[in-house]
Design a protein around this ligand. Structure first.
Ligand SMILES: CC(C)(COP(=O)(O)OP(=O)(O)OC[C@H]1O[C@@H](n2cnc3c(N)ncnc32)[C@H](O)[C@@H]1OP(=O)(O)O)[C@@H](O)C(=O)NCCC(=O)NCCS
Length: 225
């Protein structure tokens, strides 16, 4: 059974977090409109990996890998220098960061602020025809929460496969918000996952929801750690 360890942190961007980052991460942080969220997220990932490998988080070496173009300048975070590195995923917004690690299979995580889904065209831009009926009759906080759950599942899937938004979220059909999370249909011409499990993560936040996807056909254990 693949086991995923995940951890979340409130964005602070504190000096202790900045001290963990390497030169490349500091440069990337300085280029961000919101450096604090980047700093918190990447320090969180370093601590998670450092604890898992019993290493000083400052000594962990990351690389990036884009599945679409092969570039090492963007894409999924990967660990350099290890023969069989654990799989990683990272997500953050201006308030919260979420990082996850799994030895057995590729993973993707996503965290979404519920309020961020309140824009009018959300359903038309991000949801497929099959997904929209599940939101009928919802409004206010119920609607934004339901939208955030759907978007989280889609993004977690697209991060697990490594496609990111090079596949349109509208081409990834997920189960209704109140149903058990799963990928229902893959409509992109790009090759979809042979097997995938989706899990809604319970972070205990009233403002955010989160999801995890794992490229496996086996049941998944997700543990805060
Ligand atoms: C991945 C993506 C969906 C994340 O969107 P988001 O909601 O803005 O951001 P999140 O906070 O949830 O996740 C960001 C993290 O996802 C990870 N990530 C980036 N691209 C990824 C990919 N293709 N697959 C998996 N994870 C990815 C990175 O760790 C990134 O953090 P970082 O930039 O600080 O290193 C989006 O950024 C994206 O689609 N990027 C790639 C698009 C692409 O591949 N284009 C083709 C280029 S050739």
């Amino acid at each position: 059974m693949p086991t995923v360890t995940y951890r979340c942190a409130r964005v602070a961007g504190a000096g202790a977090d900045l001290a963990l980052l390497d030169d490349t991460e500091r440069l990337r942080a300085r280029r961000r409109a919101d450096p604090a969220s980047f700093v918190t997220a990447h320090a969180l990932l370093r601590r998670l990996v450092g604890d898992h490998l019993c290493r000083d988080p400052r000594e962990v070496r990351f690389a990036r890998r884009c599945r679409t173009c092969g570039s090492d300048r963007h894409g999924k975070p990967v660990l350099a220098d290890l023969p069989r590195p654990p799989h990683l995923s990272l997500s953050y917004d201006g308030q919260w960061a979420l990082a996850a690690l799994c030895e057995e299979a590729e993973i993707g995580v996503d965290i979404e602020g519920i309020a961020a889904t309140s824009w009018d065209a959300f359903d038309r831009v991000l949801l497929a025809d099959l997904e929209r009926p599940a939101l009928a009759g919802l409004d206010g906080a119920q609607l934004t929460r339901a939208r955030a759950i759907l978007l989280c599942r889609k993004e977690a899937i697209l991060k697990a496969t490594g496609h990111g938004f090079s596949v349109e979220p509208v081409e990834v059909i997920v189960s209704a918000p109140e149903d058990s999370p799963e990928l229902r249909e893959w409509r992109s011409p790009r090759r979809g996952p042979a097997a995938i499990r989706v899990v809604d993560l319970t972070l205990g936040l009233s403002t955010h929801v989160a999801a995890l996807a794992v490229l496996t056909d086996a049941p998944v254990r997700a543990e805060p750690g």
